[in-house]
Design a protein around this ligand. Sequence first.
Ligand SMILES: Nc1nc2c(ncn2[C@@H]2O[C@H](COP(=O)(O)OP(=O)(O)O)[C@@H](O)[C@H]2O)c(=O)[nH]1
Ligand SMILES: [Mg+2]
Length: 383
Amino acid sequence: MRVKTFRAPSMADCLSQVRQELGKEAVILGSQSVREDGRTLCEVMAALEQPEAAAAPRPQAAARRAGPNGAKGGNGKAAAPAARRAEEANAPAAPAGDWNREWGEIKGHLLALLRPRMDFSALSPRQRLALEYLEREGVDEAAVLALFRSIIERGEDTVIPALSRIVRVKPLTPQEWPEAAHMFVGPSGVGKTTVLLRLALAARSATPGARVTVANADGGRGKGRMILRHFAELSGLTYAEADSPEDFRRLLDAAGAGEAVFIDAPSLRGEGAMAAWCAAMGLAAARNLRVHLVLSPVFAPAQTAHFLRVYQCPALSSLVWTKLDEACNYGSLVNMAHASSLPVSALAHGPELTQGMAPASGKAVWKLLFKHQLPGEYAEAGA
Ligand SMILES: Nc1nc2c(ncn2[C@@H]2O[C@H](COP(=O)(O)OP(=O)(O)O)[C@@H](O)[C@H]2O)c(=O)[nH]1
Ligand SMILES: [Mg+2]
């Protein structure tokens, strides 16, 4: 079945688009008014009960519409040459990457179907205000729907319990994450090395005299490695390099024995790249490795979704949010938590090594989301 949503200034225009694109057999699944750029538009969701190939205008029908000269169809577009259609029919199956896009489209259609059922009048006025606020802050439809359903199903009075189930918190402290080596992954420049150094310095001051290791796993790719080595030398941290399964085994054994170990992973490209890299480094089944994905709300939604796919790996355990000081709203944090099902472990809100980060806490997350207050701007961010 092919499902598609159409938008136009009037219902008649919408239906004409449906007919042009899906044909007369299209079934209307639903319609509603939507606001877009300050205008009210009519939105129609229509479906065609036919395989994808049959949904395209049939050659005879297209030829009939094009008239005897075969020039243009009614929509002004040239009819697709038969040869190209044959080529398309013979095209190999979609590569795995396309499934993500297709799944994204299906999700979009399902959400559009469910959206009319998300009747905000079923909420209390305060809950409604809270959800409308979150929508304005950039919380996406999937996360708002999850919140709405969670509130309705449990009959809760406030929004915070439902939000807490989506944005879970597990502070990045030795107590919460014992005997594990921590590896930081994420796009270049997001703040991985800075996060790692802050944690290493905090671990060293928490237990003076204890061995704290910072390891570079960047395959010797220059800058980050030099910064790490330099800081390690200046601050009395142990510096290591990790380029092979043997190197990682040594680091994980040390973490298992109680040593604080922080690993700076390379930035990677391509969906599934992190899982492949972990497998190559013998980390596919590492028991005491915790991988933290470092992301920032300054990234566009498509980038964030892409990074979640690139850095998916067996030991992925939490999200670290950075550059909170550079963001203008924080709805995307809810989206990241919802899309990944990972807890948030730390909040970085400035470039300073000593005061730029706080362990995640419910209070810090709600202050950020509802008041735009950074953890450094009030007392007890970690409470
Ligand atoms: N404003 C701001 N800058 C940050 C934050 N975290 C890191 N930075 C800066 O971002 C730049 C890149 O950080 P780095 O840790 O090298 O990123 P990496 O490439 O992911 O390792 C550096 O100049 C950091 O000082 C933050 O939370 N806020
Ligand atoms: Mg780095």
